[in-house]
Each structure stands twice: as structure tokens, then as C-alpha cells.
Design a protein around this ligand. Structure first.
Ligand code: DAH
Length: 358
């Protein structure tokens, strides 16, 4: 009986001393587990005479119950303390100012790209694409650039190393090769817009070695220059968000169109500020024309049956005009301050009914 009292005292102080749930569990196993000290004494009951066993057994059960209860209480106390500590540690001061959020923005190139696509999609144009690395046929020959014609040099072409067959691929100098790929791949009627990257060995305030263009191509049996004019008028007014923009076609030359024209829109430059659609000044925005019969022939089409128009414009140029960006090179410098200033909201997707440039 005395041993029992000592055991009880020992176990109780071990329970009190357990400073975390793992230590407490060890105490529990060493006392009440299968090989625990209390369990061992219970087994010893079997060898006692009935009188002794009754008295000793009752006392044993008391000790066992007392120890079990002490363990439960200690566990509850440890858990409560752990929760308090965690609440203290994870306390949130809701009065603190919020952390600054670092939101990205949409690059003016992407924004302008989406705006132009939205406008032409509304007019029923499909989007067409071609590779950045082109062969001479698609970039020049099929577009009616004669061999050794100075226009090939005009583009300041980046040539790739000579291949085994003696030919050299190029970084496409314009998006016009997508006209060829489209006409070789599908039968008219064709109505596509081809946005993409283009390359020329050129670098100053208004030229970068890589830039973007949009190519438009419409081919059908009776498509004429009036359609071209209407289409561009529609585009210019939707893009610049100004009604009744004056527009003029100036005769020009491109190997792949006949007749060819450059398109100017009316503007004013009073006080150094450019305003589209007002005033008596002109601003050149794109090149266009009726697709040359040789281009149609190169694509297996009979010019007596099919005709149509094409146009091409610089994406950066029209972005600069609309958003007042003075230097082309800044588009590609990845200057965060510039991006924050000229960038667009990521969730502002341009649509004709929702609004284009915000
Ligand atoms: N490819 C021409 C250039 O890069 C732009 C161009 C002019 C495209 C007239 C056309 C067009 O489709 O009809 O200078």
C-alpha cells in the first residue's frame, strides 16, 4: 500500500512536469500503457489472496483513475496554453494600413493589338498568322519583288546564314508574307487580319529592329477600292474614337499592289498637340492598294476572276499616335515607370461595345 502511494505521488508529479503533449503521452504510456507501471501492478493482483486482492485492487483502481484524470486535465491545460500562444503569435492588427498591392499592367502593344483585332473582328475579319522566319519566296518573290529589285534592300533585311541549297531565310520584313500563306491555304472569299512581329536592321527615334505590323487582306470576285476606303474609314474612326475623320489616299508604290496608296488622316498640330480628326494638317498612317495580279497568280488564283485589297500598318505607330508616346524605343526598354504610366488595366479587355482604350 505504501509503494502504491509512492507510485501515485511519482506519477502525479511526472504528469505535472510534462511540459508538452508529447512528454505527457510518454508519461501516460509509462504508467497506463501495456507495459506501464500501473498495468504491471494490476497483473500482480492475480497472485494475491482474495482479501488482499480486494483491498489492493480497490486502491489500485483509485490510483489508476486519479492518474488518468490528472493526465486528461494536464492535456487540456497544455492544449489551451498552446492555443493561447498561437492566438498571441498570429494576432492580426486590423488597424494597420494595407500592404501596397503590386499589380501588373497591359503593355500598350498588347492593348493596341487587342483594340485593332476587336475592330476588324467586328467587321468579319479572321485572324491569320505566319512565322517570324520566312523564306525569300513568301517575303519577297511571291509578293512581286523582282530579283535584285532595290525594294529588297529598301527593307534593310536581316538575313539568316546561307543554307545547304544556297538560299537564305530572312526575319520577315513585313507581315505581307501572311497574304501569300493565306491565299495558298484557302480559297476566296478571304477576309483576314494578320498581326505580328516584323524585323528590319534600323534603329532611331522612330525605328526599332523589331516592331509590329497589321496586314489586312480581302479577296473576292468583285471587291474594289471603294470597299478598301470604307473599311479603313470605319477602322480609323473606331480606333481613334473620333467621328468623321478626314482621310485621303495619296498615290504610292508597293510591288504587291496596283494601284498603291498611302493613307493620311486629318489632324491638327496646333500648340504642339496632335488632334486626330480636326484641323487642316495630314498624318500618314498606313499603306494599301489593290492586290497586284502577279501576287494572285503566284498563289494560283486567276486575276480575271478574283481581286481584292490589302493594307499594312505599323502597330507602334498607331499606338504612339493614340496614346501620345513620343519615342518608339521606349516600348521595348521594360522601364517599370514607363509601364506603369502607359500600361492598361489587366481586366479592361477592349471591345467595341465595352470601350477600347481606357
Ligand atoms: N508591307 C508594307 C511595308 O511593310 C506595308 C504595306 C503596304 C502592306 C501596302 C500592304 C499594302 O498590304 O497593301 O512597308
Amino acid at each position: 500500500m505504501e509503494d502504491l502511494e509512492t507510485l501515485r505521488a511519482e506519477l502525479m508529479s511526472a504528469v505535472e512536469a510534462a511540459s508538452d503533449p508529447a512528454a505527457l503521452e510518454e508519461v501516460r504510456v509509462s504508467a497506463l500503457g501495456k507495459k506501464g507501471r500501473v498495468t504491471a501492478l494490476m497483473k500482480a493482483l492475480g497472485g494475491m489472496d482474495p482479501e488482499q486482492r480486494k483491498a489492493f485492487g480497490q486502491e489500485m483502481n483509485r490510483v489508476k483513475a486519479a492518474v488518468a484524470e490528472a493526465i486528461d486535465q494536464r492535456r487540456a491545460a497544455l492544449e489551451a496554453a498552446a492555443l493561447d500562444a498561437r492566438l498571441e503569435r498570429e494576432r492580426i492588427d486590423v488597424t494597420l494600413p494595407v500592404r501596397p498591392e503590386s499589380t501588373g499592367s497591359i503593355h500598350p502593344i498588347s492593348q493596341t493589338w487587342d483594340e485593332v483585332v476587336a475592330i476588324f473582328a467586328q467587321m468579319g475579319f479572321a485572324i491569320a498568322e505566319g512565322p517570324d522566319i520566312e523564306d525569300d519566296f513568301h517575303n519577297f518573290t511571291a509578293l512581286n519583288f523582282p530579283p535584285d529589285h532595290p525594294a529588297r534592300e529598301m527593307h534593310d533585311t536581316f538575313f539568316l546564314p546561307e543554307r545547304a541549297d544556297g538560299t537564305r531565310h530572312v526575319l520577315r520584313t513585313h507581315t505581307s508574307p501572311v497574304q501569300i500563306r493565306t491565299l495558298l491555304g484557302q480559297k476566296p472569299p478571304v477576309r483576314v487580319l494578320a498581326p505580328g512581329r516584323t524585323y528590319r536592321s534600323d534603329s532611331d527615334m522612330t525605328h526599332t529592329p523589331m516592331f509590329h505590323q497589321f496586314e489586312g487582306l480581302v479577296i473576292d470576285q468583285s471587291t474594289h477600292m471603294g470597299h478598301l476606303k470604307g473599311c479603313l474609314q470605319e477602322f480609323v474612326e473606331a480606333y481613334f474614337e473620333v467621328d468623321n475623320v478626314p482621310m485621303r489616299f495619296r498615290p504610292s508604290f508597293f510591288p504587291f499592289t496596283e494601284p498603291s496608296a498611302e493613307v493620311d488622316i486629318g489632324c491638327s498640330r496646333k500648340g504642339g498637340e496632335l488632334r486626330i480628326g480636326a484641323g487642316d494638317d495630314w498624318l500618314e498612317i498606313l499603306g494599301c492598294g489593290m492586290v497586284h495580279p502577279n501576287v494572285l497568280r503566284a498563289c494560283g488564283l486567276d486575276p480575271a476572276e478574283y481581286q481584292g485589297f490589302a493594307f499594312g500598318m505599323g502597330l507602334e505607330r498607331i499606338a504612339m499616335l493614340k496614346y501620345g508616346i513620343p519615342d518608339l524605343r521606349t516600348f521595348f526598354e521594360s522601364d517599370l515607370r514607363w509601364l506603369r504610366h502607359y500600361g492598361f488595366g489587366a481586366l479592361d479587355v477592349p471591345t467595341l461595345h465595352g470601350g477600347l482604350g481606357r
